[in-house]
Write a protein that binds this ligand. Structure first.
Ligand SMILES: [Zn+2]
Length: 244
């Protein structure tokens, strides 16, 4: 087992719990291992209690390769994300309350983006997938992750992706933050969308900076999605300055 990845994964689980984004045994985290296979949090354990030595490794079909515990049943959603996105190294699933409120209400809050930085970090889409029973096909999830780095699951929660642990975690934080802002803006008349032209420029700048699906082909790094330390503000400034 890759010890650094294992420690990072356990720490991320603790962060999900500390933020109040999971309750009971909710939520799960996985990471792509450099030598093949995936490291995953065990099922039926509070995210507060996940330990590096209690993780499981699975193959691309979700079959447990090592570890004494069982893997969580939503592993098929994680594996669908890895299949859709070879650039992705980490998948995080949680039930953060504000974003999950929108997911339970059957609505997306990001159809008309309202913050420029978030368009660069997250893209202009947050696909909403209607409620699906456990064990339902993973086709819609796989398709959604071909287009976006985060997905709202109807009556369920959120999944985010990242090239590294930090990026996947920050995206979960951002989705929850935006959901909260959209909810707070509701009684004030709702969020006003950014001009379409600006959104378009921000999406193009995001791609150019190597962030998100399909960015690898044109990304500055040329090897996949840009990591967490990308200068988002700089990308925004540059994109919007060009509009004049
Ligand atoms: Zn869940």
């Amino acid at each position: 087992m890759d010890e650094t990845t294992a420690r990072q994964l356990a720490a991320l689980c603790h962060d999900l719990h500390a933020r109040g984004w999971v309750a009971n045994h909710d939520g799960n985290v996985s990471a792509r291992l450099p030598g093949g296979g995936f490291l995953a949090s065990p099922t039926a354990v509070s995210k507060r209690d996940v330990r590096a030595e209690g993780l499981v490794t699975v193959d691309g079909e979700g079959k447990v390769l090592s570890g004494s515990r069982r893997v969580f049943s939503e592993i098929s959603l994680h594996l669908a994300a890895y299949r859709a996105r070879p650039d992705v190294g980490w998948v995080v699933h949680a039930h953060p309350p504000h974003a999950t409120a929108w997911a339970a209400a059957g609505e997306s809050f990001w159809d008309a983006p309202f913050l420029a930085e978030a368009v660069v970090s997250l893209g202009a889409r947050l696909p909403f997938l209607p409620y699906a029973r456990p064990g339902a096909g993973t086709g819609p999830v796989e398709a959604a992750f071909g287009l976006a780095d985060a997905v709202l699951l109807g009556n369920h929660g959120v999944i985010t992706l990242g090239v590294d642990a930090e990026t996947a975690f920050l995206r979960m934080e951002l989705v929850e933050h935006l959901a909260k802002i959209a909810l707070l803006a509701r009684p004030l008349g709702g969020t006003r969308p950014l001009p379409a032209e600006d959104v378009e420029a921000l999406v193009a700048a995001r791609k150019k900076a190597g962030i998100g699906p399909g960015a690898a082909a044109v990304g500055i790094s040329g090897v996949g999605s840009a990591p967490a330390n990308t200068d988002i503000e700089g990308v925004v400034r540059e994109a919007l300055r060009r509009l004049g």
